[in-house]
Design a protein around this ligand. Sequence first.
Ligand SMILES: NC(=O)c1ccc[n+]([C@@H]2O[C@H](COP(=O)([O-])OP(=O)(O)OC[C@H]3O[C@@H](n4cnc5c(N)ncnc54)[C@H](OP(=O)(O)O)[C@@H]3O)[C@@H](O)[C@H]2O)c1
Length: 347
Amino acid sequence: MTQPLRVIQWTTGNIGRRSLHAILARPDLELVGVYAHGADKVGRDAAELCGWPSPTGVLATNDVAALLALGADACCYNPLWPSVDELCALLEAGVNVCSSAAWITGGKQSPEDLERIRTACERGGSTIFGSGAHPGMTNLVGMVLSGSCEQVDEIRITESVDCSTYESAETQTAMGFSLDPETPGLAESVRRESEVFAESAAMMADAIGVTLDRLTFDVTFTAATGDTDLGFMTIPAGTVGGVMGYHRGWVGDRNVVSVGFNWTMGEHVVPPKPLAHGHVIQIFGVPNMRTVIHCLPPQDWSEGFMDLGMIYTAMPVTNAVPYVVAAPPGIVTLKDLPPITGRVSTK
Ligand SMILES: NC(=O)c1ccc[n+]([C@@H]2O[C@H](COP(=O)([O-])OP(=O)(O)OC[C@H]3O[C@@H](n4cnc5c(N)ncnc54)[C@H](OP(=O)(O)O)[C@@H]3O)[C@@H](O)[C@H]2O)c1
């Protein structure tokens, strides 16, 4: 076997800890470093941070210079909020970045930041790639499914789920949950927070051979009719308990790509459309195609259901490491890479 690729895991939250676990499980990847944002995680063994059965000897650190000096091949980058400074430092040091953190094409970055990232890739001979479940896998399935059509009118992707068990209060509040639906500027703030979906819409448009004239965003907030205490946050009656919205890409008056969500939180909300409890992928054209991706527990699964969703989100990024290391320097997307597969377990 060729030498394993040397990988850094950047943060170990909901998604990062599943990524870390998967890196340790793969013989073709070697964990060389773990970045900790939280001071409580510094100095702890990677095994402890992801529930791996035996110590790894790799201790989490917040010493970025030391991590950059490791000469790693790749970094699985899963922080809550991405930082262009961190990305540039990694890329300039020659570390290929696979991110779940608000990155698909880089299209939502300012022109200056995008230029910094491109320059860092050039200097480091490195590549940046972003994926996840949604955006990520859903877009890939949509692009692939459109290959069944003689004519494609629209690819529409909808995450249609109850988010109550996704314990990231900051992420949920950023999407409007628990806020007054009449909060001034709420729709614009949700658009901004979810702009990575627009990047994924643009990527799909590119894949089906059109240049978008414009991208728009529309959203409907549904107020909860009763209080729900979710433990990590509450959804009081009258505040946002449902958010349904789409980033849409247009060619003239034709809406050719749509990427969005029909989300609920708490027990007291009736969304504008019934939940499908999965990712709904629709191609309108000749023929119409439709599939729903459900993420389901294997037999004897003892962890929470949401853990499966975190694995589903982490793996399109972690499994991409060998493909991204092999890709040319610069920004690559799911449309550019060969199909990214999982691996048979051998460890
Ligand atoms: N594409 C998709 O399908 C998809 C789906 C869900 C989420 N995501 C994205 O994936 C990323 C990780 O999500 P998550 O649910 O794992 O997040 P999370 O658990 O809430 O946070 C991830 C980690 O970020 C670090 N962190 C905490 N506060 C921070 C701050 N203010 N600035 C920077 N880092 C901070 C912590 O690192 P330590 O562990 O080191 O303390 C934390 O564990 C997010 O960017 C999220 O938007 C993508």
